[in-house]
Design a protein around this ligand. Sequence first.
Ligand SMILES: NC(=O)NC(NC(N)=O)C(=O)[O-]
Ligand SMILES: [Zn+2]
Ligand SMILES: [Zn+2]
Length: 506
Amino acid sequence: MAASAKGRLVPVLAVAAALAAVLLYRAPFSKSLGGEGCSLLPHDHFWIASDRVVTLGRVGPAAVEVKGGLINAIAVGDYRNFVLRRPLIDYGDAVIMPGLIDVHAHLDEPGREEWEGFSTGTRAAAAGGITTLVDMPLNSFPSTVSEETLKLKLEAARDKLYVDVGFWGGLVPENAFNPSALESLLNAGVLGLKSFMCPSGINDFPMTNSTHIEEGLVTLAKYKRPLLIHAERIPDVEDDDGLDGELDPRSYATYLKSRPPAWEESAIRDLQRAMKDTEAGGRSEGTHIHIVHLSDATTSLELMKDAKRSGASVTVETCPHYLAFSADEVPDGDTRFKCAPPIRDGMNRENLWKALLDGHIDMLSSDHSPSAPDLKLMEEGNFLKAWGGISSLQFVLPVTWSYGKKYGITLNQLAAWWSENPAKLAGQKNKGAILPGYHADIVVWKPEAQFELDDSHSVYHKHRNISAYLGKELSGKVLSTFVRGNLVFAEDKHAKAACGVQILAK
Ligand SMILES: NC(=O)NC(NC(N)=O)C(=O)[O-]
Ligand SMILES: [Zn+2]
Ligand SMILES: [Zn+2]
């Protein structure tokens, strides 16, 4: 039997004795999706256990039975006394948690594999405890804005997925007023749509305005799928931001001033009618608006709270880089930290943490948006011309934990922000929690394990040198990652075969 990471595979005598634990439930047997090389384990029916299992709203000792890719039973209590009739992987005091679901990643394939690609991107995800990714419709070429371009993406992804991957489609001016084009894209299986209210930096992914969005939502409502929005909009009348005169493109302050909170606020004010349409009885009742990577924790956040209070079906995400870093910590010229909207000041970071802890921000995502290193202009350090996007995918769990500990975040909150709520947004009813009948998508990790993200640390996404986290001291080491019961990553090793599933909405 293969030794598992950190745990001991306990040879378990098959005895007739009844289980000492109370079995909560037995899910119907499901065919195992594992195949040759899909898993580092030679079993598809086994137990995993630890003293800190995050399930049923609590954290404590339990054993989780995995059978045919599903969670078959959960035995709560001190599992050391249980008589289990299957191999047990005992992870001791490690945390067993639902695998992370990252609803916002740019994998850039087809067309820009040199930026990331499905194989390296999903290997990085597996190494980071992410068990499901939802790929964005842009930065690949062509952008995923039609049934045909989705087919190209699915073809490109074939046999390259180490974790499960879903796909967002693009809402762009060319399809926003064309319900049949949007319906073909939705019928082809995208989990929802994504639009930008400002230039995206990608030529074949043009921005939309509120009219495009309001029309697109009417079609989306029939499918009850969400619209994700990059909510930055250049205000009709811009304040004098003191940007004229000599600009120092290497200064982070110059970049920060170029994309003030007013851009986020202008977009969200422009979305008021669209958000009202999502209310019960509204024109687009049944659909949902999700604001991606909120950075402005002042007026924009207040406007989103108001929308929620008035019954709009809306959610908000932010990203670890907005919670970890503040503007004054970004060195001039270090374009690894360039993203849109920008990382703002320390007070804003505090307010983002408060909003997340208070539930006004619903979930986290990586917004992993790498590029080929030369586009980051790291020698020149020109913030105004460099590619905007943070490369982070593999480290979002230790980053959230490392920077969140001082705010007293809990393992249950982590599971809500990274698994339960993202699963709802992506329409994945059997992912996002450790419950019988759910996919056995699980991350095992040690929050206390400290490490420096230095050159000796294995980094699986394509370009380690553009990662904003390099050099940081982090805590929280991923030991094992299971995707539908397949042990896809353990002890810095990946399963041989890429057996992740392409998740298509029905
Ligand atoms: N085209 C992009 O990937 N843009 C991304 N860039 C960022 N966030 O800086 C984004 O998500 O907006
Ligand atoms: Zn964006
Ligand atoms: Zn993005």
